[in-house]
Design a protein around this ligand. Structure first.
Ligand code: FAD
Length: 480
């Protein structure tokens, strides 16, 4: 029997596992998909919110502000791309001006540092590409942008490097109470665990219902996006929000940590938590709304559309609690926005709850919480030359748009959580993330995956289980 099992390896499960791995415990992580960070964690606005949005004195407010600080600190320690560029909430009329004043008040109450209300003149001097209809804005310098999947991966790797076991393609299908804990059933066999953390994202309500009386219901809400080429990446320097509304934080325009521009999302209720379709209507709405803030976005330079699903529940706050009648079974449900920003603080709270439920938290001596990645294009000419001399694979550029070398792809394939798909490689080292979206490098990446993992090319996936790229060998060809 292991001490703790974490169900789900999005950013919440990964952060929790990384924090648990600090202690002398056996930790298991069960993830339904073939990789980490494939749920909501990979498809969101990627903003580390400052924390002026949640109502004061809610746990969301506390966790957001604490999480904002910790995300930036952890990103540094784990070498995760993160830039503190600050955010703006624009006001276009009297009602909006009242709202940004209200957000300022909430932010001050929540302890958000350095908030400032700006006049239209101050704002346009700072961001000349904004609509000249703006009447003012709230500036929050502590907001940041991050690579959300890399943050999740870095935390999952930290857990694994410190001894946690990760089982992928292991969806929990049923849970039984047993003497001293729980038996979690997966298609890869059962896992017995003294305590359990439910970090199953939009499916956390279903996982909760496997062991305890129904307590919360997820109402999935889909958000669709445009990802623009780097040609658009400098249109704004800050994360540009409009005033929040009943559906959330509204449509934003923001630079990404990789220098692109992200535009979105809408908010569309969907029946299924994994409905990540993008729709003509949803995207048209995003374009219309974004034009209000930044009129000159060139959508001919769109390189990708994607959607993510929010874990909206029937409760206003995050659901972070021990499940009724299930000692040591901790729900981390309803982790909608600002869930990414709050992840580190949520993880620390989860560990605290496990401690209160009786888990012994004795710190290990050799816990490692650091990671260094080699990003070839960021090296100096001298460093590049030395690296290529030592390891010639770094001299072969595979992804031309992002200048990603074969050496980086090979390193990703031999990392603590090796990818099994072309998109898994993309999430780890950015190959295929650029303007052509893998049009040129995809087949080369596929070849390298097959070679390095010793599998036939026909088994290499694009992304999730079943997404095979090559379906068979053609006559006379060896698909290996
Ligand atoms: C459109 C949109 C925009 C957002 N923007 C922001 C933002 O800018 N800033 C911010 O702070 N937050 C934002 N969020 C919220 C943030 O993305 C989420 O709060 C966060 O990613 C939730 O992480 P998670 O680990 O709970 O969920 P997920 O990433 O979905 O992870 C849950 C994992 O559990 C697995 N799982 C499910 N069921 C099972 C099972 N039975 N057995 C095993 N595994 C299972 C899934 O496969 C998945 O990998 C946004 C969300 C959306 C949708």
């Amino acid at each position: 029997m292991v001490d703790v099992t974490v169900i789900g390896c999005g950013v919440i499960g990964a952060a929790t596992a990384a924090m648990l791995a600090k202690y002398d415990l056996s930790v298991m992580v069960l993830e339904a998909q073939n990789d980490v960070a494939t749920g909501t964690t990979k498809a969101n606005s990627a903003i580390i919110h400052a924390g002026y949005d949640p109502e004061p004195e809610t746990q969301m407010a506390r966790l957001n502000v604490e999480g904002n600080r910790l995300c930036k600190e952890w990103a540094k320690q784990l070498d995760v791309p993160c830039k503190e560029i600050g955010s703006l909430v624009l006001a276009f009329d009297e009602a909006d001006l009242a709202m940004i004043n209200e957000l300022y008040r909430r932010g001050v109450a929540n302890g958000v540092p350095e908030l400032k209300l700006l006049s239209a003149e101050e704002l346009l001097a700072m961001e000349p590409n904004l609509s000249h209809e703006v009447k003012g804005a709230l500036l929050a310098p502590s907001a940041a942008v991050i690579s959300p999947w890399d943050f999740c991966l870095a935390l999952a790797e930290t857990a694994v490097k410190n001894g946690a076991q990760l089982k992928r393609s292991a969806p929990v299908t049923a849970i039984e109470k047993i003497e001293g804990g729980y038996r979690l059933h997966t298609p890869q066999g059962a896992v017995e665990s003294r305590m359990v953390v439910n970090a199953a994202g939009v499916f956390a309500d279903k996982v909760h219902d496997m062991i305890a009386p129904h307590a919360f219901t997820t109402h999935p809400s889909r958000g669709e996006y445009y990802l623009m080429d780097k040609s658009q990446g400098a249109l704004v320097d800050h994360v540009v929000f409009q005033c929040p509304n009943k559906d959330g934080k509204g449509v934003l325009v923001s630079p990404t940590v990789h220098g692109n521009l992200i535009v979105g999302p809408n908010a569309e209720p969907v029946a299924k938590g994994d409905d990540v379709a993008v729709t003509a209507d949803g995207l048209a709405f995003v374009r219309r709304q974004a034009a209000k803030s930044v009129p000159e976005i060139n959508y001919r330079d769109s390189i990708r559309n994607f959607a993510g699903v929010r874990a909206v529940t029937d409760q206003p706050d995050f659901v972070i609690a021990e499940a009724e009648g299930a000692p040591g079974f901790i729900d981390l449900g309803g982790i909608k926005s600002p869930g990414l920003s709050s992840a580190p603080a949520i993880a620390l709270q989860a560990v605290e709850l496990l401690g209160k439920a009786g888990l012994t938290l004795k710190e290990k001596e050799n816990y490692v919480f650091e990671r260094r990645e080699t990003r070839f294009k960021e090296l100096s000419s001298d460093e590049k030359a030395k690296l290529v001399e030592k390891s010639p694979a770094y001299g072969r550029v595979i992804c031309r748009c992002e200048t990603i070398t074969e050496g980086e792809i090979i390193a990703a394939l031999h990392s603590p959580i090796p990818p099994v798909s072309v998109d898994g490689v993309k999430r780890r080292c950015n190959a295929g993330m650029g303007r052509c979206q893998g049009g040129f490098c995809g087949p080369r990446v596929q070849e390298i995956i097959a070679r390095e993992l010793g599998v036939p090319q026909t088994e290499v996936l694009q992304d999730k289980a079943g997404s095979r790229i090559l379906l068979c060998k053609t006559k006379g060809e060896d698909a290996q």
